[in-house]
Design a protein around this ligand. Sequence first.
Ligand code: FES
Length: 183
Amino acid sequence: MSDGQWYTRRSVLLKIGVFLNGIVGLAIATPVIGYLLSPIKKKGAYNSWISLGEIDQFPEGQTRLAEFVNPSKHAQDGETSKTPCWVRRVSGSKFQVFAINCAHLGCPVRWFPQSELFMCPCHGGAYYADGSRASGPPERGLFEYEYKVVKNELHISSGQMPTLANQAGLVNIEGTGKSPCLG
Ligand code: FES
């Protein structure tokens, strides 16, 4: 084999090696970059407002169950991306939108209009109609979603579950007004 043939074969193998390494590097880097960029991608979902429908479907002085599709859902989430919440229309454009999860360990609470209480089936936690704690193990009231009324529709900030960390500035009713912070 002549020197010329040897160098040619060597340079071809080198190029193939670089090419294959490039493919492997790309395969490794893609999920890492996706992971690093995911907070930016999710930020949009966290800030999204979702309509729960016309405010007229929520009679004044009553509490109704509503449901929305979590904006940060994944294709494999299926039915679990549907998130229920309790909507209390205090009067006019004044609402309270409660997370369905008990503030104790997260079981779904139910509204009992007869007794005007939210009851938790897990450990007997109870909450008054305004979401404040009535009795049982929960140490605080129900968590509330931030909401606003736009063009006669009730919207909630739905991308992020309401927690103690984001309970400030709950209400934004086409202008002003804040609901009392529960605790
Ligand atoms: Fe509701 Fe414990 S989870 S009282």
